[in-house]
Design a protein around this ligand. Structure first.
Ligand SMILES: [Cu+2]
Length: 501
C-alpha cells in the first residue's frame, strides 16, 4: 500500500505569524555558510549503575555569530544555548544548578515529569547570582527530546533571548530497539531553531526589540549558527527539531519537497511514522524527523527552508547505502479512560498584546488557579478566543506532564498529534481537547509559550494534590523578585524594567 504523504502545514493559514502587523521577515544573512554547530554532550560529574550526577552552570560569555564584534550572550555550560543533556529513563538524577550570571534565574525542565514547583524550575525556584541549588529526581518517562530553559517571572523571554535554552534527550530501552539513527552529531542531529536581531557591534538589545506579541529578529539561527550547512555522511539522518524561539513559527520544508518521516513529537516516539513534505513547529514544540537522502549523489545540496527562506543546507557526501525501513508501528501510547465524574476543565486563552490573559485573568504567582487530584485523568478544553480573522496561534503548554490531544473543534487532531505532547498550538477561534494526568504532586504552571505572552500574564497554575497527603507550598511573589532584580541591577525597585507587567 502506498504511504500517505501529507503536503500541508495543518494549521490555519490566516493565523500564520507572517500576517501579524509586527511580523519581522527573515533575511538571508550576508555571511558565508558555516558548519552547523553541534552542541557537545554534557559530561556527567559522576555515574553509577543507578544514578547520574550533573552540574548545569548558567553563565555569561560572548559568541561570534557574525564577522566583527562578538555578541554578549548567556548559556548553560556554553557561551550561547548550552551543552546537550542526556537523561536515562529509570535513573536517579542529581543536578547542581549553578548561577554564575549577574541576575537571578531559574532552570525549567520543559517536558520533564518532575515535582513542581521547585524541581520543575518555574518562577518559584529562583537561583540567585553566585548560588547553587540542588535537585534530585527519577527519570520516569519515555525517550524524548525535551529542553531546559530559564523561566523566572517575568523575565523568561529576555533570558531565553540572551541564550538560556538547551536540548535535553531522554533515552530508554524501547526507543533503543527501534531502527532510528542515534549516533549523536553524525546522524542524530539537534536543531534548535531561533531568530535574533543584531544591533550595533553585533549586540542583542531585547528592550529595543520588545513587542508584547513576541520578539523576533531578522536572522535565523540553528544551534546558534548563522547560515549553517551540514555534511550528510549517512543515508538517513534524524533531526531533533526544537522551536526555541520566543515567538516565531517555523514552517519547514525542503527546497525540492523531499518527503520525510516524523517519528516523534514533544513527549516521545509517535505510534506510527507520519510521512510529510511540510511541518509547522509552534513555539516550544519538538518534532523529530527522519530524512532519507538515498536518492541524492555526492555534491548535491538539499536545503531546509522555512517559508521561503533558506535555513540549513544539507551537503551530500559519500555514504554507505542503507535500506533500513521504518516499521509501520513504532510504540504503543498508553490511552487511559478519563476518571469518572470529574468535570471537563475549561480554559480560555484570551487577547493579544498587553491584553493577554488566561481564563480572563493575568498570572499571579501567589494564586493557585485550579486543583486536580494526582493520577486523575482529566479532559481539558482549551479555547483560543482570538478572532479567526486576525488572531494568532497560541501554543498551550502544561508543566510536569505529557498529555494526549483528543480533538480539534470536535474533529480529528492533526496526523502528527497522536503521540505524547506538552505543547499544542491552538488556532484562533478553535477549541482543542486534551487529556491530562499528573503522576506527581506539586504546583505546575500552564501557559501560552509565545514567551512574551507568558511573561505578559497568559499563564496560570494548578496544584496536583493527594487528598491523603495535603501539602503546602512556599510560592514566590512579585515584590520579592522585583527587589532582587533591583539589588542585582543597582536600581530602585520601581525602576526595574519588567516587560508585560
Ligand atoms: Cu499566546
Amino acid at each position: 500500500m502506498a504511504k500517505k504523504v501529507y503536503t500541508d502545514y495543518f494549521f490555519d493559514e490566516p493565523a500564520y505569524n507572517t500576517h501579524d502587523g509586527g511580523y519581522i521577515p527573515l533575511i538571508t544573512p550576508k555571511v558565508e555558510p558555516q558548519p552547523l554547530a553541534i552542541p557537545p554532550l554534557l559530561k556527567p560529574d559522576r555515574q553509577t549503575a543507578t544514578s547520574d550526577y550533573y552540574t548545569v552552570t548558567a553563565q555569561e560569555s560572548t559568541t561570534h555569530f557574525l564577522p566583527g564584534q562578538p555578541t554578549k550572550t548567556w548559556g548553560y555550560n556554553a557561551s550561547f544555548l548550552g551543552q546537550t543533556i542526556v537523561f536515562r529513563e529509570g535513573k536517579q538524577t542529581h543536578i547542581d544548578l549553578k548561577n554564575d550570571l549577574p541576575e537571578l534565574t531559574t532552570f525549567h525542565w520543559h517536558g520533564l515529569n518532575v515535582p513542581g514547583p521547585i524541581t520543575d524550575g518555574g518562577c518559584h525556584a529562583p537561583v540567585y547570582p553566585g548560588e547553587t541549588n540542588h535537585i534530585d529526581f527519577k527519570v520516569q518517562q519515555p525517550a524524548a527530546t525535551l529542553w531546559l530553559h530559564a523561566h523566572p517571572c517575568p523575565s523568561t523571554a529576555t533570558q531565553v533571548w540572551k541564550g538560556l535554552a538547551t536540548m535535553v534527550i531522554v533515552q530508554d530501552a524501547v526507543e533503543a530497539k527501534l531502527p532510528l539513527p542515534r549516533n549523536y552529531g553524525v546522524d542524530d542531529i539537534p536543531m534548535v531553531l531561533q531568530d535574533r536581531e543584531f544591533h550595533a557591534d553585533n549586540q542583542f538589545d531585547y528592550r529595543a526589540d520588545y513587542d508584547p506579541d513576541g520578539v523576533q529578529g531578522h536572522t535565523a539561527l540553528v544551534n546558534g549558527t548563522v547560515n549553517p550547512y551540514f555534511d550528510v555522511t549517512t543515508q538517513r539522518v534524524r533531526l531533533r527539531i526544537l522551536n526555541g524561539s520566543n515567538r516565531r513559527e517555523w514552517r519547514l520544508h525542503f527546497n525540492d519537497d523531499l518527503a520525510f518521516a516524523q517519528v516523534a513529537s514533544d513527549g516521545g516516539i509517535l505510534p506510527a511514522p507520519v510521512y510529510m513534505t511540510k511541518v509547522m513547529v509552534t513555539c516550544a514544540e519538538r518534532d523529530e524527523i527522519v530524512v532519507d537522502f538515498g536518492k541524492y549523489h555526492v555534491g548535491d545540496v538539499v536545503t531546509l527552508m522555512t517559508d521561503e527562506t533558506a535555513l540549513c543546507q544539507f551537503r551530500i557526501k559519500d555514504f554507505v547505502p542503507d535500506d533500513t525501513k521504518l516499521p509501520e508501528h513504532l510504540v504503543d501510547i498508553l490511552d487511559e479512560a478519563p476518571t469518572p465524574d470529574v468535570p471537563v476543565r475549561k480554559i480560555t486563552m484570551d487577547g493579544m498584546d498587553d491584553e493577554v490573559a488566561l481564563n480572563g485573568k493575568k498570572f499571579d504567582m501567589q494564586r493557585i488557579d485550579a486543583r486536580q487530584r494526582v493520577n486523575d485523568v482529566v479532559i481539558w478544553e482549551i479555547r483560543n478566543t482570538n478572532s479567526c480573522k486576525n488572531g494568532m496561534v497560541h501554543p498551550f503548554h502544561v508543566h510536569g506532564t505529557q498529555f494526549t490531544v483528543l480533538s480539534r473543534d470536535g474533529g480529528p487532531v492533526y496526523p502528527n498529534e497522536h503521540g505524547l505532547k506538552d505543547t499544542v498550538g491552538v488556532n484562533p477561534g478553535e477549541t482543542v481537547r486534551i487529556k491530562v494526568k499528573f503522576a506527581l504532586t506539586g504546583v505546575y504552571m500552564y501557559h501560552c509559550h509565545i514567551i512574551e505572552h507568558e511573561d505578559g500574564g497568559m499563564m496560570a497554575q494548578i496544584e496536583s494534590y493527594d487528598p491523603a497527603h495535603p501539602q503546602t507550598y512556599h510560592l514566590m511573589d512579585m515584590e520579592t523578585l522585583r527587589n532582587a532584580f533591583a539589588k542585582e541591577q543597582g536600581v530602585k525597585p520601581e525602576d526595574v524594567w519588567m516587560p508585560g507587567c
